[in-house]
Design a protein around this ligand. Sequence first.
Ligand SMILES: [Zn+2]
Length: 474
Amino acid sequence: MQIRWVYTVFLVMLIGMGSLGLSLPTAQAAVQPTGKERPYYRLEATYSNESQSVCGHMKVRLPDQRQQAWNEVYFHLYPNAFKDWKWGAESKPEKPGYLKVNKVKVDGVPVSTQEKGTLLKVKLKRPLKTGETAEVEMDYELKIPKGGTRLNVYGNTAFLAQWYPMLAVHDSKGWHTDPYTTTGDPFFSQVSDFEVKFQVPKGYQIISSARDAEKPTSTVFLRQARVRDFAVVITKDYEPIKGKIGNTSVNLWYLKGMEDVAQPLHDAAVSSMSFFTKKFGAYPYREVDVVLGETGYGIAGMEYPGLVTSVARIPTRNGEQAAVNVVAHELAHQWWYGVVGNNQVKEPWLDEGLTTFSELLFMHDQMGQNEREWLMRAAQRTDEIYKQKGVTSVESLYKYSDPIYGLMVYTRPAAMMWELVDRLGKEQVLKILHTYYDQYQFQTATTEDFIQVANRVSGQNLRPFFERWLYFKG
Ligand SMILES: [Zn+2]
């Protein structure tokens, strides 16, 4: 995510500091249900623009590998956060939303369930051992909140984020059932395969995590292998600018009133995708969509596999400008979060820090902006915050208040990566990132994994360096 208030923080800091500058094998081939190590979702969905809801049926084949037998299975029902809003009044939806499930079955047999907040527990009739799989199915009804964060309706456009029951992650630590919160991106899911059949009203078009149809049709079939999430935008209002890098389509979608920034932002999307591909490794999908517009309170942009959102313009010291750095930031998340996953609840720095560094590297190398001095000064503030509050850059989302979150999780790790460039040279740092990308693609990496890759590639013991920057040790 790119947070709007980051810019507010930046601006306030800039005013406070005087003269510092602000500018501050293809996966999409047919889904292969033989990859039993990952979940396989089959969703049927019907969108109603009148009731601003989606009704449907979902089947999920559970992955067959596990370290201990499962007696139950958890799903996140994130839209239920918008039912009884527990957070700030400023981000409260104007009209609530929810995700209701019904008729839950496992291998065709009805089972009992428990629901608490944004979590659904499905009881299994017998323990599911490793090597075994089962199919969980359910009916669902999604009511889209008006003015929701990420999940939202705006004009004739519905933004569907975390819109279906999402299988929770189970690993050596057990089930990850962390609740929704408004700080950061409180979502964690594993790479899965998707087949989605969507019915939309006449004249509506779908933009999704999959490769989308050229022309609007009322029934849309979408397939996408190896993605952590499946985002959908249903719209009557958006127009595309299309382009290509090799075999990958790069589309930018804009609304009336954004014509002046649409082309520069499409150019930025193409050049940043090509820059990150060269620096970090191949983008594995056939299409990426950039959708311009508001997607909720405080959010400048948001990443999903194969689809990102970004505001059209951001404030800079030269006035409002095309949000080039937001587009670059969200697209860098295709590498850090999308392909190389991490637990965004427990270690949000790992994708946000590397993504902010990637964004700044692109802005520096391709757009001629140098934010280095500003970044280092901003990072210095984190030392004071650590002394006062005791929070480091490696904490779960719940430990951070909003203004501190941006500095600790985005800014300080990005400054750390620039200092690593000073220490090892840019080529070595890029080699570390490229190796990390190759080694952990379609998996979930940790801070420890990243440090180990850096040590191995550099042939140095960088642990004290990372511990000083990330954990404030020494
Ligand atoms: Zn981000």
